[in-house]
Design a protein around this ligand. Structure first.
Ligand SMILES: NC(=O)c1ccc[n+]([C@@H]2O[C@H](COP(=O)([O-])OP(=O)(O)OC[C@H]3O[C@@H](n4cnc5c(N)ncnc54)[C@H](OP(=O)(O)O)[C@@H]3O)[C@@H](O)[C@H]2O)c1
Length: 284
């Protein structure tokens, strides 16, 4: 396979990667590879052992990236990496707790030590604790903000400047419908996801001139461990499916293509955006 040729475009400051038409392969396989291959890239996927994060980790790895998945539970991490390596992918895991600053920082260093500094950072680890809003205590607030918002901020601060220095980087956050509207007890979760969309825009503003994009993927209702309570109620599941335009709820695999696109060179001109992968839920 031909290694994609990159050329540098002067932006007045540093440079960012893009390919000119004459550098693109003209064969069908080569053309697709030039657009979307992640060969030679390294990726860190938090929450990569379950649900949406696991599907994204698999997609990035199968597109050629060396992927580190980070979460707490070793059994799920091991199973994820075993599945990927059995498919011939390059993958490894790091166990870290993103609910404390120390855990976030230690996890970042451990992840970077495996395949080197990441070119692609996916923040999929998330929690949704739902006490009634009037009973939301300091602990729920602090834990939610640390896992859902502070970890993406600190990981971005740790890896973003290096990506900018190298002239290529991709930061992908997973937000929520609750970033845009109150919905099934948004609570602290909705606040954290709204701020995460703002974080993506701030990161995009800071680093896009240096080839680092920051975007968010916005799910609808996806049947994962995160929302077991809702998923176990067939009436609610059917009602949520009916609110989409496609007529079904989301699957973790629905995020694979969008993640590869946002991680690849082909999305160089897409930054600070929210891409809704929700079957039309948000516009119905
Ligand atoms: N499912 C949906 O309908 C939906 C809708 C909108 C947005 N989202 C967002 O999509 C993302 C993925 O959600 P999902 O549905 O795929 O959930 P999931 O299946 O529950 O996966 C969550 C992942 O985060 C990890 N995690 C949780 N707390 C952590 C901590 N303190 N430290 C390190 N890792 C931690 C979990 O692993 P460990 O437990 O082993 O740590 C797991 O790998 C989340 O950000 C969520 O808010 C999901």
């Amino acid at each position: 396979m031909r290694v994609p040729a990159l050329h540098r475009i002067w932006t007045g400051r540093y440079t960012h990667d893009a390919r000119s038409a004459d550098q693109m392969s003209t064969t069908p396989g080569g053309y697709l590879s030039d657009l979307f291959s992640l060969d030679g890239r390294t990726a860190l996927v938090t929450g990569g052992s379950s649900g949406i994060g696991r599907a994204i980790a698999g997609a990035l790895a199968r597109a050629g990236a060396s992927v580190v998945v980070l979460a707490r539970k070793e059994a799920e991490l091991t199973a994820t990496v075993e599945e990927l390596t059995a498919d011939g992918c390059r993958a490894a895991w790091v166990s870290a707790d993103l609910s404390t600053r120390e855990g976030i920082k230690a996890g970042a260093e451990a992840a970077a030590a495996v395949f080197g500094e990441p070119d692609i950072l996916v923040n999929s680890a998330g929690i949704n604790l739902r006490p009634p809003f009037g009973e939301l205590d300091d602990e729920v607030w602090d834990t939610t903000m640390t896992v859902n918002l502070e970890a993406p901020f600190l990981l971005g601060r740790r890896f973003g400047p290096g990506m900018a220095e190298r002239g290529f980087g991709r930061i992908i956050h997973i937000t929520s419908q609750q970033a845009h509207r109150a919905f099934v007890q948004s609570g602290a979760y909705g606040v954290s996801k709204g701020a995460l969309e703002s974080l993506a825009r701030s990161q995009a503003e800071a680093w896009s001139p240096n080839g680092v994009t920051a975007n968010t993927l916005v799910p609808g209702f996806v049947m994962t461990a995160l929302n077991e309570r809702l998923s176990s109620d067939p009436e609610k599941v059917a009602a949520l499916a009916a609110r989409t335009m496609v007529g079904r709820n989301g699957l973790a695999e629905d995020f694979a293509g969008a993640a590869v696109f946002l991680a690849s060179t082909s999305s160089a001109y897409v930054t600070g955006q929210s891409l809704f992968v929700d079957g039309g839920f948000s516009v119905h």
